[in-house]
Design a protein around this ligand. Structure first.
Ligand SMILES: CC(=O)N[C@H]1[C@@H](OP(=O)(O)OP(=O)(O)OC[C@H]2O[C@@H](n3ccc(=O)[nH]c3=O)[C@H](O)[C@@H]2O)O[C@H](CO)[C@@H](O)[C@@H]1O[C@H](C)C(=O)N[C@@H](C)C(=O)N[C@H](CCC(=O)O)C(=O)O
Ligand SMILES: Nc1ncnc2c1ncn2[C@@H]1O[C@H](COP(=O)(O)OP(=O)(O)OP(=O)(O)O)[C@@H](O)[C@H]1O
Ligand SMILES: N[C@H](CCC[C@H](N)C(=O)O)C(=O)O
Ligand SMILES: [Mg+2]
Length: 488
């Protein structure tokens, strides 16, 4: 039981009708979950408007309703609270309800188009390996000091975030690393959290279905840094032209990291091979199993973050050299007989796909062919589709365009939009096979000894989402079975 007044602490209130000196059980933003004695917060969503479900919530026993628009028809014995922004109110109320767990541990948020899962997961591994109790909130999973909890979002809703942070606090977690997506910022999912630091990875094309323009997408990301408190740090990629913009108005201590620009944390890539990267960081040589220049940025960011959090430099360098790669990110499998390599990678943006293919092209040793299998998700940014097909066909020897989570769209229609991006000189490199399993099989059949197959877009995902149903599908299981057969 909590007192409504206490959980409304810091919420920007407009009007209150009824008592806030009211004992309440739980908070919900989904009317279907309301039970007797709960508070219901009406959110204006992208599909429906939570204000339409106020009566339903009261029928189910809601004692208090938090809204942006006061309903005309008001019920007796129900408290109505009008707020300026109910998404923000939800986040502040969730933090208050769980007694602000983000203040009882050191919470680090990572934002940017690509590299959030990689950076947060490596930080989780690093801090755990040096002996801290550690938490992770990521696209792949939520981890509470080794205990894995499945997740559907990169940045969950505020109730889920605070519930997990409270569990971390109860488990004595010292550090939590979390991904902060642009949807998360736009919908105020991280409002009310106390961050000890923030990291900006990079900004490139994504989610332009949700954000009207690239400038709007950039400004949403920037809001995360604008909100960081004094005393925290803001680590930004200074090689990215949007890096300095991100931290323009932050109260946090600004610290740059870069491979190409002079700044606070710098590294050089000395070697870049299939075995990993050799970097020079702060005058020290550092071997890491992470592959590709883009991962040099991720590694440098985690090094800088660990130093800012007070770890010893030598301890950090040693721990980084032992880190394992992240699930579904440049994860590779090789046949024994013909040395065919298959790489499963979560590249689902034009920039990520370009980086991964450029990495493969720069580290292949002979004249091996690169065969890429790639698709684009349904109900997501359509403008990525032709660009990704263009990148794939420009940087590979053969490309099989296929499906990736069609969701409610027609896979053939998505593929047509991808095909439109293939330039005439590359027509002969591209074929289309909508069935992803067949596409992967075809790539394996095409491969000659030493060739490299890139299976892009789904990484760690274990499903193919079609019309709201997630069917079992794991690129890694499919390709390992196929490669085993090739070895027979
Ligand atoms: C576009 C988007 O982000 N949508 C998220 C949003 O839903 P919404 O605004 O569409 O909600 P809605 O269906 O319009 O409903 C409005 C309100 O009415 C309520 N309602 C609805 C029906 C009812 O009977 N009763 C009721 O009270 C709903 O609970 C909601 O509060 O709020 C929901 C609750 O938090 C999210 O689950 C939902 O994520 C959807 C499923 C989604 O696919 N989101 C993706 C795009 C996403 O958030 N991705 C990011 C980034 C990915 C990345 O780059 O890594 C992520 O952080 O995961
Ligand atoms: N620092 C980076 N710069 C550019 N590309 C990267 C970087 N790190 C990873 N990538 C590429 O982006 C893909 C996705 O990486 P990762 O999962 O870490 O990103 P993310 O930001 O968490 O993505 P999401 O928005 O889906 O959560 C990787 O599989 C790789 O291809
Ligand atoms: N977080 C990203 C992941 C995309 C992964 C890709 N497999 C797809 O389904 O488009 C999104 O929801 O847009
Ligand atoms: Mg992620």
């Amino acid at each position: 039981m909590k007192i409504l007044r206490d959980i409304l602490y810091k919420v920007r209130l407009d009007t209150v009708i009824g008592s806030t000196d009211l004992k309440v059980n739980h908070i919900h933003f989904d009317s279907r979950k309301v039970k007797n004695g709960d508070v219901f917060i009406a959110l204006k969503g992208t599909v429906s408007d939570g204000h339409d479900f106020i009566d339903k919530a009261i029928e189910l026993g809601a004692k208090a309703i938090v809204v942006e628009d006061m309903p005309v028809d008001k019920k007796k014995n129900v408290t109505y609270v009008v707020v300026e922004n109910s998404h923000e109110a939800l986040a502040l109320m969730a933090a208050n309800y769980y007694e602000n767990p983000s203040r009882d541990l050191k919470l680090i948020g990572v934002t940017g188009t690509n590299g959030k899962t990689t950076t947060t997961s490596l930080l989780y591994q690093l801090f755990k390996n040096v002996g801290y109790k550690t938490g992770l909130i990521s696209t792949v999973e939520i981890l509470i000091n080794g205990k894995s909890i499945p997740t559907k979002h990169t940045t969950p809703d505020p109730l889920t975030i605070n519930d997990h942070l409270a569990a971390m606090r109860d488990a004595g977690v010292d550090y939590c690393f979390m991904e902060v997506s642009s949807h998360g910022i736009a919908q105020e999912r991280v409002a009310g959290l106390h961050f000890a630091g923030g990291i900006f990875t990079n900004l490139s094309h994504d989610h332009l279905d949700y954000h009207a323009t690239f400038a709007e997408y950039r400004d949403v990301k920037k809001r995360f840094f604008d909100g960081l408190p004094a005393g925290s740090f803001a680590l930004y990629n200074k090689d990215d032209k949007n890096g300095p913009i991100m931290v323009q108005n932050t109260k946090a201590r600004k610290l740059g990291y870069a491979l190409k620009t002079y700044t606070d944390y710098q590294a050089n890539v000395l070697e870049n091979q299939f075995g990993g990267l050799l970097l020079k960081v702060n005058g020290h040589e550092l071997w890491t199993k992470m592959i590709g220049e883009f991962n040099a940025y991720n590694v440098l960011a985690i090094y800088a973050c660990a130093i800012e959090l007070g770890l010893e430099e030598m301890e950090v360098l040693e721990a980084i050299s032992k880190l394992d790669g992240v699930s579904g990110r440049f994860q590779y499998f090789t046949t024994v007989k013909d040395k065919i390599t298959a790489i499963v990678d979560y590249a689902h943006t034009p920039d990520a796909l370009k980086n991964v293919l450029e990495t493969i092209n720069s580290i292949r040793t002979k004249n091996e062919k690169v065969i890429t299998v790639v698709g684009c998700g349904g109900d997501r940014d359509r403008t990525k589709r032709p660009i990704m097909a263009n990148v794939a066909t420009t940087l590979s020897d053969m490309v099989i365009l296929t499906s990736d989570n069609p969701r409610t769209e027609d896979p053939q229609a998505i593929l047509k939009e991808m095909e439109a991006g293939v330039e005439p000189q590359n027509y002969k490199k591209a074929i289309t096979i909508a069935d992803r399993e067949q596409a992967i099989k075809t790539a394996a059949n095409m491969a000659n000894p030493q060739d490299i197959i890139l299976i892009a877009g789904k990484g760690h995902e274990t499903y193919q989402e079609i019309n709201g149903v997630r069917h079992d599908f794991d690129d890694r299981l499919k390709i390992t079975t196929i490669l085993k057969n090739l070895d027979k």
